[in-house]
Design a protein around this ligand. Sequence first.
Ligand code: GLA
Length: 542
Amino acid sequence: MNLGTSESVDGITKAPAAMRKTMRRATVIMLGIWMAFVYGSIFTWAEGTPPNVHALDDGLALTPPMGWYPWNIFGQEPQNEKLIKEIVDALVASGMREAGYSYVGPDEGICFLRASDGKLTTNLERYPSGLRGLGDYIHKRGLKYALYTDAGTHTCSKAMPGTKGREFEDMRRFADWRCDYVKIDWCHTEGQDVVKAYTLLHDAQHAAGRPIVHSLCTWGEGSPWKWAAAVGHLWRTTGDICGPGLADWESAMKIAFDNETLFEWAGPGHWNDPDMMIVGMPGLSEAQNRSFFSLWCMMASPLMAGNDLRNMSKSTIQILTNREAIGVNQDPLGIQGHVIRREGQVSIWAGKRLFDGSQAVLVFNQQSSPADVRVPWSDLGIDETAGLYARDLWTHETTGPHAGRISVTVPPNDVAMLRISKSKDFPLPPIIIADTYVVSLRATGTAAQALSAAVTIRNQGSAELPFWKIREGLPGWLSVTIAGNGKSQTLTNRISTVGLKKGFYHVVVRVDNTEPVSGRPMSTIYYDVDLEVPNDVEGGSK
Ligand code: GLA
């Protein structure tokens, strides 16, 4: 290309005109790219996805994790295998699994010790099936396995070893136990740097090769919302919500109002965690249980139940399994709602746009008398005159069209939880349930065999889901096919033992999907496939 001759002005050589034009154009393009980048990151940030989000790789916890942890109601002492299994059975029997609760396991429940060779080993007195055995029990019931440890020298009560100095071996052990979620506490960490400690634990988890939800528990120390999205999936923002066995309403309210201010930091795969729930614990009224659950749903908080699931009132079950409220929590956009207006003891929570274009609104009345509250559409950033429909997520009634505003009367300590929409339809986002997370097969004899076992994945949401996509890279002995519809799909795992050597074979299968209305990626599903081959099998050269 001929760029013309150079010109010299005041001894400074100027680039030729054509070259200057090209440079100007390049500058404009660069400026455009820079603006697009800045705009893109602001836009993405507003959508709740800061650039460095760990979950973008592993697809875990793209909606807030749901499950159960023992600490709030039980504390340490009664935790053992029998208790955890009873809770697992109660979780399934009560309908909570069908409502989306999946992660379950011991907290600081004295479940492992450090053996003389330095390796973590199950405390068999309390967990006689071993921690792998407990994991299998949980997986076979279509639930996911949660465990607990600490970044320091010991767990809080010093009843269990911490991971300090043994991060890589310990995380390998958690992977061997087939854990899917690990809460990592911050006790006995004197002299440790919080960012370095949890980054090392993330690296150790990565090296262990099993996709695990990483739940950081620094009680807000070190402002994890500012950095932990790169190394984990959720982080506690505050101190403990209560002492074991004692629901503390004042403390819960303080935590809720502290946590809501952090709303900009949360999004798919990276959540603010205001601690486990107290719904259904002794001492709370039905209205308080309903209010608490609504607040946690509105804040896109992890929904880890903390009550005794074996003894729940009908009302507690109804609250914990209210699919319309859960739908707000599990919304694929993952926006954390927050307080937009507070008048005395009455707060209006909004800013939570949902996948179908509707918005969630919560009116919370902490007065001892009823509150009459008006929410004008302008508070929600919607054209004043628009006639909109309102869905009450607790009475399950739709009203409207309402022009310009809605008025509600909220009883003391209670809430009105609404979805506001242009449409009369209020679809639910996907809630995914699998009948099992482990497939175990055993070959017999020495002749080649074809074995198969199924995993069924159901979707409780309104939209039909496309087929789950099976991640490539399965070993030669396994193929997975998928059949079904938008509500229920069966993944058939077909195993060919041709030419396999005697031994144990294991692989984690990954399947991904997209929520069809919003086009947002859904949380990835992983399940384990185990094959036992007791003898060398004929054929092939594998
Ligand atoms: C810390 C955590 C609690 C619980 C206890 C166990 O206090 O914040 O959630 O795990 O440790 O000792």
